[in-house]
Design a protein around this ligand. Structure first.
Ligand code: AMP
Length: 217
């Protein structure tokens, strides 16, 4: 299985991706997590990406395409993978096609903008693992600390209302066209094109899990 999860920032992609990857025993490849790690390590990539990320802008395609090609060439991807946060632009999607990366399923998690803004400002993450919580819908067992390690949770630097609005605008302009791209590709009966589904991302985590599993059947 080579899955792409699409959806606006804060649609629950990270949380649902972790669940699907455990269920299907495939690696979760989150470009956002990879970039945040690069920023915190101060690598060349991190230094180049940081200012785009803080402003809610996308990191340039060339950097992202190199990063993902290198990642999916690693051994753990041999039986499949799930891309969470990539592709985000048409050139990124086309680069996957050109590199003959045979994606099998593309799923869009659909959540209205107003709900996204409310969720993002109440989101907390565990920086060590990328685990995501939400004070309203998915709180940690003990306030402010990770359920598994007990380490402190933080708010992402780009989870404030102003940046979230910018990220949503960027999503509508640059990423949403990918849903049409993949829907059209799926409608051609060409061999090896990915199946495309859209699921409703509003509801409990379990309800959304179930919709995803049904879409992947
Ligand atoms: P995320 O955790 O997926 O919301 O990503 C956080 C930030 O990382 C985004 O707002 C972008 O600045 C950057 N980013 C992550 N994935 C990509 C991508 N595929 N293309 C460009 N920028 C990305």
């Amino acid at each position: 299985m080579r899955i792409i999860l699409l959806g606006p920032p804060g649609a629950g992609k990270g949380t649902q991706a972790a669940f699907l990857c455990q269920h299907f025993n495939i690696p979760q490849i989150s470009t956002g997590d990879m970039l945040r790690q690069a920023v915190s390590l101060g690598t060349d990539l991190g230094q180049q990406a940081q200012s785009y990320m803080q402003q809610g802008q996308l990191v340039p395609d060339a950097l992202m395409i190199d990063l993902i090609k290198e990642r999916i060439a690693q051994k753990d991807c041999i039986n499949g993978f799930l891309l969470d946060g990539f592709p985000r632009t048409l050139p990124q999607a086309e680069a996957l096609q050109q590199a003959n990366v045979a994606i099998t399923e593309v799923i869009e998690i659909d959540v209205p903008d107003a709900e996204i803004i409310q969720r993002a400002v109440s989101r907390l993450i565990h920086p060590g693992s990328g685990r995501v919580y939400n004070v309203l819908t998915n709180p940690p067992k003990h306030p402010g600390v990770d359920d598994i390690t007990g380490e402190p949770l933080i708010q992402r630097a780009d989870d404030n209302e102003q940046t979230v609005r910018k990220r949503l605008e960027v999503y509508h302009q640059q990423t949403l066209p990918l849903t049409t791209y993949y829907a059209k590709l799926a409608a051609t009966s060409a061999p090896n094109v990915p199946k495309f589904s859209r699921i409703n991302g509003v509801g409990t985590l379990e309800a959304v899990n179930q919709r995803l599993l049904n879409a992947l059947k």
